[in-house]
Design a protein around this ligand. Structure first.
Ligand code: TXA
Ligand code: MG
Length: 350
């Protein structure tokens, strides 16, 4: 399959390319596009054949439902059964933006989008290219992250080209994603909103608007045998790098000492070792594959770099990655959730 590459890195919203991409969506094709969270792989959410192409292109298990993306609040009504007052307040506060809401679905939404669930996930992205693309396509756009299943979500057009060239109809290339982690998934079907996947909109942000918010306990123990995550996608070990990844948490000097010691031990065995750290500590580990996520004081930047750094380690061909842990404050909660998932929860407390 030939994949058309549409370069809109200059963010020209009048580009003929953008209209062409919208037409492809309208006709039932697959188009990858930038959003402020991560790149998405879109298709017409109301067209069962188009939706099936997404699962094939990604190699995605069919029991993992998709998020439907809309351009305007009015586009929600045709998809859902009911919108609670609480959901309306949250939409007013956080749409467009990195918040996905779970609603009771109506009969317009095919079962292949929701993987058989009676609910549908909906998000209105803030990225200007995504907004124009969806609006011009004239259809709601089902879009998972535009990575091959099992790879980290793409935060840069090159990641998408690497994963999906030859597997989709078109890729719209914009700038790198600002947030760099997937949206917060929030279940608003009950009395209390429940975070099913942490992201750019935090528990504190939600409490500030509606006064309450729970977190699905399965998030912290995604690998637990006893808790089944309510968001089907959370049960998969997505985001795993090729290398074995271990996370070290605790008192800073102890963490650095321990990682350095392991690095030299593994290197003596002939292994290629990657170190994931922050700007403040990056000179502490000597030579080799040392990669910083940014200043530890700037959690938003750390979060935005995680997936691209994991991909860079894959390109380096390291055998093992030793990572520092980071703060769980604010967006740090989502950052550590993705990091621990990528590590298969191999975290060592020092
Ligand atoms: O930021 C994002 O959300 C990106 C961009 C492209 O919008 N999309 C994304 O999609 O991350 P995906 O498919 O990689 O993740 C969707 C998550 C999965 O964990 C899935 O299980 C969950 O949302 N989900 C979808 N529909 C659901 C539903 N009805 N109930 C519970 N969880 C649902
Ligand atoms: Mg994904």
């Amino acid at each position: 399959m030939k994949t058309q590459i549409f370069d809109i890195k200059d963010e020209n919203l009048n580009a003929a390319h953008l209209k062409e991409a919208a037409q492809i969506l309208h006709r039932g094709g697959t188009v990858a596009f930038p959003t402020e969270t991560v790149y998405g792989l879109g298709a017409n959410a109301l067209d069962t054949n188009a939706v099936a192409k997404i699962y094939v292109a990604k190699g995605r298990p069919s029991d993992n439902p998709l998020i439907v993306h809309i351009a305007e609040v009015e586009d929600l009504d045709p998809l859902v059964d009911h919108v609670s007052d609480m959901a309306k307040e949250l939409m007013k506060a956080f749409w467009p933006g990195p918040l996905t809401l779970i609603f009771p679905k109506n009969e317009n939404v095919p079962m292949s989008v929701t993987a058989g669930l009676a609910t549908v996930a909906v998000r209105m992205p803030a990225h200007p290219i995504a907004r124009v693309l969806i609006r011009e396509s004239g259809v709601p756009v089902a879009a998972p992250s535009a990575n091959l299943s099992g790879k980290p979500s793409p935060t840069d057009a090159d990641h998408v080209i690497n994963d999906l060239s030859g597997r989709v109809d078109a890729i719209v290339c914009g700038q790198s994603s600002d947030v760099g982690l997937e949206s917060t998934v929030l279940d608003v079907t009950g009395e209390i909103p429940v975070i099913l996947r942490p992201g750019g909109v935090t528990k504190e942000d939600i409490i500030a608007v509606v006064g309450k918010c729970d977190i699905d306990p399965a998030i912290e123990k995604a690998m637990s045998k006893h808790l089944t995550p309510k968001s089907p996608g959370m049960k998969y070990t997505h985001y795993a790098p090729e290398a074995d990844l271990f996370v070290y948490e605790g008192e800073t000097e102890k963490v650095i000492y321990h990682i350095k010691k392991l690095k030299s031990e593994y290197e003596a065995e002939g292994l290629k070792v990657g170190i994931m750290t922050c700007d403040e500590h990056s000179t502490r580990y000597g030579n080799g594959f040392v990669r910083s996520l940014g200043s530890k004081a700037d959690l938003a930047t750390l979060a935005s770099k995680l997936f691209s750094v994991l991909r860079a380690f894959d390109q380096d061909g390291v055998d093992i990655i030793l990572s520092e842990g980071f703060s769980r404050e604010g967006i740090g909660h989502a950052l550590m959730n993705r990091l621990l998932k990528a590590a298969g929860h191999r975290v060592i407390q020092l």
